[in-house]
Design a protein around this ligand. Structure first.
Ligand code: SF4
Length: 698
């Protein structure tokens, strides 16, 4: 009831990359309810998470004091561990003691073994300012570039392809541009579930006549709005896209004027795809040649067309190749740089774009400036007054490998939960257990915190000021709406205290000080100031003037590559790393649900969301259940070469036969115990979307 609220505070949703603007209604320092505001990406709309996902800041298991592990307490994920009562494993500490112990452990490992003995995972759940400070601490305090975050599990392959082909990892146009497009391809994404408010823009576009083409192995909610749906064989993405390119090349549907003016390498691409006809590729793709020809023609002959993709594209060992193909489609047809055209990898986490921009990436400094570039390094060395390492750091999964082989001995993990989110969890958890010193900063004693030596109570998004950047490149301001509980502290403050204990002379008094420093190292923030964001709430980068809204569509004249031209990057179909066989005949794929967010630490503590989706389920096609002689709700056992979980079944008519889908938010049936850690060689992203498994009655 809005009449009983004490106050309202304007902010941004902490969940997905859509970045919906919202208004908290506050009573007695608690969030009474939330409503949508008229932000550029949501027009007053919110999905169920944005509306009902705010019990977590005041949840009874919220961490409110610093913790130090008790001598001899076992490390590991214990199903009986109660995060609200962690006292069997941890004791309460003062901030002074916890910070001293946290920093001393890291410093002494660095002194004994060198900078490469330490690594840090930052978080896309935190603000841009916190991401900036975290990577700055690792680079200037730890002394290496071993810093990464969940982009590595999400769109790293998309970014690798975009950087290679068009010189920029961000989207070329916002999702609002779909309403200007004649044709929109949605592939490997399920926006109605994962980007629900973006999905409303696609549905509105379809209502106004935009032809939606859904390319996905699974049937899905957007299919109901689609002009055409192609449900192709899991893992055959490159074959499908090359066949579409073949149609565009052999039927001369490409835009020669655009290609001549803006690209290089088209002749090689033409030769490369010449023999990959739809007729040849149809079998492996599991769709007809005619259907491939039709969608290729629809996309190529549209006046304006866009491609959106998600983790169905990126989370493969050929994820970078998948994205290269999509970029080639857009370049061949001249579908970038104008309203209603573009390439848009839909970002997962609310600030994964911003955290990446701010430098939580091991091979690049903020704004994707290579650490190996002497000029880049020298500019940051001058800004930070510290020498920097010239070697690219290790990525998320590589860091865990280095932990396992004993090279990395100490870690600082802020707001990430690799004990739930990494592939092949038994191995990842075993590695966490071998760390000599682990500092975890979070809201709860998560599965990862159960391995920590020190746990630092951090800030929930409604408890702090900060900026975040959504999938559309819109930089937006979140404001503090409620006080921190107990002794919990803002993340930026905690990182600064650790930095001081590394001898770094940091003296920030508010996130706006950090933002001011970011502007000195990040040209992408030109013309965007904290004061503007306080006034306007949202500014898109790149922004070309002090009062303009920023560029919704980019690269109309030139690309930010060395030649100013975009590049075609031909690709060859590759099989999944672990093809199905007689022993493991079913494809396991993982992802999210509408109601739950990533590893579930926030949404599973929201009463309404937990009421809606209370327990772990595996989705199977009706025919698959019949084959197993099972009913929906029966227990099922899923086994891969790496492990086994048991959970309930759910019938899903959108699932293809021969595939099972499991969300990764359920600790009691952690599907990442089963997933394949094999990496895409370019983006270093694991193959979450395809593992060979066996499904049995439990
Ligand atoms: Fe939040 Fe995304 Fe839902 Fe918007 S669509 S309310 S940003 S979770």
């Amino acid at each position: 009831d809005s009449r009983s609220a004490d106050s309202t505070v304007d902010s941004v949703c902490p969940y997905c990359g859509v970045g919906c603007q919202l208004r908290y209604h506050i009573k007695d320092d608690e969030i009474l309810f939330v409503e949508g505001r008229d932000g550029p990406s949501n027009h007053n709309r919110l999905c169920v998470k944005g509306r009902f996902g705010f019990d977590y800041p005041r949840h009874s298991s919220r961490l409110t004091v610093p913790l130090i592990r008790r001598e001899g307490a076992p490390k590991g994920v214990d199903p009986d561990f109660d995060p609200a009562q962690p006292w069997s494993h941890f004791r309460e500490a003062t901030w002074e003691e916890a910070l001293d112990r946290a920093a001393q452990g890291l410093v002494s490992l660095k002194n004994a073994h060198g900078p490469n003995a330490l690594a840090g995972f930052g978080s896309a759940k935190c603000s841009n300012e916190e991401a900036w400070l975290f990577q700055k601490l690792v680079r200037t305090g730890f002394g290496s570039n071993h810093v990464d975050h969940c982009t590595r599990l999400c769109h790293a392959s998309s970014v690798a392809a975009l950087m290679e082909c068009i010189g920029s990892g961000a989207v070329t146009a916002s999702f609002m541009q779909a309403q200007q497009a004649d044709v929109v391809i949605l592939t490997g994404c399920n926006p109605a579930i994962n980007h629900p408010v973006a999905a409303t823009f696609f549905k509105q576009a379809a209502k106004q006549g935009t032809k939606l083409i859904v390319l996905d192995p699974r049937g899905q909610a957007m299919g109901a709005h689609a002009y055409r749906t192609l449900r192709f064989t899991p893992g055959s993405d490159v074959s499908l896209f090359n066949a579409m390119l073949n149609v565009i090349v052999t039927e001369e549907l490409y835009d020669q004027a655009y290609i001549d003016a803006h690209t290089e390498g088209f002749e090689a691409l033409k030769a490369h795809v010449w023999d990959m006809t739809p007729e040849i590729m149809a079998d492996s793709c599991g769709v007809s040649a005619d259907a491939i020809r039709e969608v290729a023609r629809l996309y190529a002959t549209a006046d304006n067309a866009m491609i959106f993709w998600g983790m169905g594209i990126s989370q493969h060992t050929h994820g970078t190749d998948n994205a290269r193909c999509l970029i080639s489609l857009a370049l061949a047809c001249g579908h970038t740089g104008r309203p209603g055209t573009g390439l848009h990898p839909l970002r997962g986490q609310n600030n994964v774009q911003g955290a990446s921009d701010a430098g939580l990436i091991p091979m690049v400094m903020p704004d994707y400036q290579p650490v190996s570039d002497a000029q880049v390094r020298s500019a940051f060395e001058e800004l930070w007054n510290t020498p920097l390492d010239d070697k690219p750091g290790l990525t998320v999964v590589e860091i865990m490998e280095a932990v396992r082989d004993g090279t990395i001995k100490g870690m600082y993990i802020q707001g990430e939960n690799p004990a739930m989110s990494d592939p092949d969890l038994d191995h990842a958890r075993a590695a966490l257990g071998t760390l000599e010193h682990l500092v975890v900063q979070d809201l709860f004693v998560t599965e990862t915190a159960q391995f920590a030596d020190i746990v630092l109570p951090a800030s929930a998004w409604p408890e702090k000021d900060g900026t975040v950047t959504n999938t559309n490149r819109q930089v937006q301001l979140g404001r503090q709406a409620m006080p921190l509980p107990g002794q919990a502290k803002p993340d930026w403050w905690i990182i600064q205290e650790i930095a001081k204990r590394f001898g770094l002379p940091w003296d920030y008094s508010h996130p706006r000080d950090v933002f001011a420093e970011m502007k000195r190292g990040m040209p992408s923030l030109d013309h965007i100031t904290w004061e503007r964001l306080e006034r306007e709430g949202s500014v898109t980068y790149p922004c070309l003037s002090d009062d303009g809204p920023g560029e919704d569509v980019v690269f109309s004249e030139t690309f930010p590559t060395t030649t100013g031209r975009a590049k075609f990057s031909p690709t060859l179909p590759l099989p999944p790393d672990e093809p199905i066989d007689a022993e493991y005949p079913t494809v396991l794929t993982t992802g999210r649900q509408l109601e739950h967010w990533h590893t579930g630490s926030m949404t599973r503590r929201a009463r309404v969301l937990d009421d809606l989706e209370p327990e772990a389920v595996a989705s199977l096609a009706p025919g698959e259940l019949r084959r197993l002689d099972m009913q929906p709700g029966d227990p099922i056992s899923i086994t891969t070469r790496r492990g086994n979980i048991t959970l309930k079944t759910r019938v899903d008519t959108g699932m293809p036969e021969g595939m099972v889908f499991v969300p990764f938010c359920y600790a009691e049936a952690a599907v990442n115990l089963l997933t394949n850690p094999a990496l895409d060689p370019y983006g270093k992203i694991p193959e979450f979307k395809y593992a060979a498994c066996r499904v049995d009655k439990a």
